[in-house]
Design a protein around this ligand. Structure first.
Ligand SMILES: Cc1cc2nc3c(=O)[nH]c(=O)nc-3n(C[C@H](O)[C@H](O)[C@H](O)COP(=O)(O)O)c2cc1C
Length: 193
């Protein structure tokens, strides 16, 4: 293994499932692409996205205190690139990229009609982390396409590899490692687990 103290980029943890973050404040609707996001609590259900303070989306979320997280299938990977390489400060992305939106149920911010799953989030907390802000949203509603889950994901997600490269998941590679399998293995050493 090579050791590098300070690499120029940190793409070693990718792939990351792409999320499109939608924000709205006073009828200004904007969307941006995010690769840095994850669930951070089950009870209450909290979802975190890390956004640079330079993004227009950052400004909108600070004011509106809500956002929607949209997961998109691989056929929309180009949209992820478009939304991640343009700013709502320069163009009106919804009309330029001809984006169809739907009304959310529990927040004012809409969501992407073509997403296969959506989390409606109300801002629960936020804090600076280096040059980004961690926005933690409480999930107050979920939309999902029934045909995309069985109950696990069975559609092709848009994954980001870094350096403008996108890929998807080969669902034929799915393996199941059950708790029973783990217990059976451990039972060689430990009883009653
Ligand atoms: C694949 C991809 C992933 C990205 N992930 C993030 C991210 O997690 N956080 C972030 O602040 N910016 C991220 N960006 C950059 C923003 O999407 C980009 O700066 C965008 O233009 C911001 O738009 P806005 O100014 O309209 O908010 C990403 C861009 C791409 C292409």
């Amino acid at each position: 293994m090579l050791f590098v103290e300070k690499p120029k980029t940190y793409n070693f943890h990718f792939p990351s499932n792409i999320a499109i973050i939608c924000a709205e404040y006073e009828n200004q609707i904007n969307l941006m692409t995010a690769a840095w996001h994850t669930q951070v609590s089950q009870k209450p259900p909290l979802y975190m996205v890390s956004i640079s303070s330079q993004r227009y989306t950052h400004e909108l979320i600070v004011y509106s205190r809500e956002f929607s997280i949209n997961f998109i299938s691989y056929d929309l990977s180009q949209l992820a690139a478009f939304l991640g390489r343009t700013s709502g400060r320069d163009i009106e992305k919804v009309s330029v990229f001809d984006i169809a939106l739907e009304q959310s149920v529990n927040i004012r911010t809409p969501f992407l009609k073509k997403a296969y799953a959506v989390y409606e989030c109300k801002l629960y907390d936020y804090r600076r982390a280096g040059d980004h802000t961690l926005f933690i949203g409480q999930i107050v509603g979920v939309h999902y396409d029934e045909n995309s889950f069985d109950p696990n994901l069975k559609t092709s997600p848009t994954l980001y590899l870094g350096s403008d490269k996108y890929a998807t998941l080969d669902t034929s590679s799915v393996k199941i490692h059950s708790e029973k399998q783990v217990k059976d293995y451990l039972s060689k050493w430990v009883q009653d687990i």
